[in-house]
Write a protein of this length. Structure first.
Length: 405
């Protein structure tokens, strides 16, 4: 056990934390002022805020899923990234606060709140009601929070274990918990993604929707984790822990989820194309034409084909700098993918019609606002505990694995 070794986070993270709060706070005030003073801009402000929330909140939600996955599968990559993932999972309180504008502005954001005379909306009652929307949202956070609580509880208790047997017991408890819980995680992500994003177009439905977000948020989480781990690997104490093989393993997982994301997207398109049901095909019509169609092609090339080809390279996967640059690029593509899902959806003002391509300055400011506040909280959580699970029975083997050639 390595309890006497110093694994505290670098003090420089404090500077990044302060910078994140400053930028996020200023950007948030700008969005808030616009939404309050200019009612005609309120819907756009909320849609832009939703874009930022789905992107950054997805990393927090996705980290819970990856924690469950790594407890089930094991591997050195899970040991060296666990504290980063745990810090991400503990951002749920601030994610809930960032969700409040969406909850409070539901009637300014979702067209179905004004479509009581629509036959399809009538058929989908009572599911599509404001009261049940809010109830389900709170339930999702309770479920996600419970998962994060127990995973963090056992991991931190392991740090205080005085014997090998106690440390192994906490690890076993987390493993037993993760098996059935990962099923509930996928279901919770599915319902949350349907409520928060798919119902922007109240007539559309897709059986693949939840899987798109499970894979997409997992890819976002891995990419974000690689960026943070690469930076930490250049500083004490993680430069003594992380090796090339750790990044190689993470690169392979990024490749896997890049392929899974593309597979789910293609599957959804193929199912809807072959079914040829108006309520489903209507969702794709604006997304395959004009500027939206061009963005779709960009996603195919730069969200799938380019990362897929690059991640086939063993040398790039083992190079922390290059892999982190690719991970940052994938995060940009993830944000564009969220914009592609949200942007063309009908607005309240469009009266159920798709929106022509329109890029608002708030689509840039809102993700910065949400991201700044989220990162401020994340960096604070990252500094609370040792950067590795110091009493994990597999920690020494995990460190040795990373240093092998």
């Amino acid at each position: 056990m390595l309890r006497n070794t110093n694994f505290e986070a670098p003090a420089e993270i404090n500077r990044w934390r302060t910078l994140s709060l400053g930028i996020g706070g200023i950007a948030s005030i700008i969005i808030l002022v616009i939404a309050l003073i200019f009612p005609e801009q309120r819907e756009q402000a909320l849609r832009s805020w939703l874009l930022g929330f789905i992107f950054w909140g997805g990393i927090g939600f996705g980290s819970i899923g990856i924690l469950l996955l790594q407890y089930l599968t094991g591997g050195a990559w899970g040991v060296v990234t666990r504290r980063i993932l745990e810090a991400s999972s503990r951002t749920l309180p601030v994610i809930f606060v960032l969700f409040l504008p969406i909850m409070l502005g539901i009637t300014y954001l979702y067209a179905w709140t004004h479509m009581q005379d629509d036959r399809i909306i009538q058929f989908r009652e009572p599911y599509l009601t404001v009261e049940w929307f809010i109830f389900r949202a709170v339930l999702y956070f309770v479920l996600f929070g419970s998962m994060a609580y127990f995973l963090n509880k056992w991991s931190l208790a392991q740090d205080k274990a005085t014997t090998y047997e106690d440390a192994a017991k906490y690890l076993a408890d987390a493993g037993k918990f993760s098996g059935p819980t990962i099923i509930f995680f996928v279901l919770t992500v599915t319902f949350a993604a349907v409520d928060w994003v798919m119902t922007l177009d109240p007539h559309f439905y897709s059986t693949m929707w939840g899987f798109l977000f499970v894979a997409g948020w997992a890819l976002s989480t891995f990419s974000f984790t690689v960026v943070i781990l690469a930076w930490l690997s250049d500083h004490e104490p993680m430069n003594r822990v992380v090796g090339k093989r750790h990044f190689h393993d993470l690169g392979k997982l990024m490749l896997a989820f890049t392929m899974v994301w593309a597979y789910f997207n293609f599957s959804q398109y193929l199912i809807i194309w072959s079914g040829n049901i108006p309520e489903e095909t209507k969702w794709y019509i604006p997304r395959v034409q004009g500027t939206w169609g061009a963005i779709g092609v960009i996603l195919i090339i730069f969200h799938f084909a380019f990362p897929f080809l690059v991640l086939l390279s063993r040398d790039i996967k083992r190079n922390a700098k290059w892999l982190s640059l690719l991970a940052a690029f994938i995060l940009v593509m993830r944000l564009i993918d969220m914009y592609y899902l949200i942007g063309p959806s009908p607005t309240i003002e469009s009266h159920g019609h798709e929106v022509p391509f329109h890029l608002s300055w708030m689509d840039f400011v809102a993700p910065i606002a949400v991201g700044g506040i989220w990162l401020w909280w994340f960096f604070g959580e990252l500094m609370k505990y040792p950067l590795v699970p110091i009493n994990d029975p597999y920690l020494e083997n995990a460190i040795a694995h990373g240093k092998e050639h």
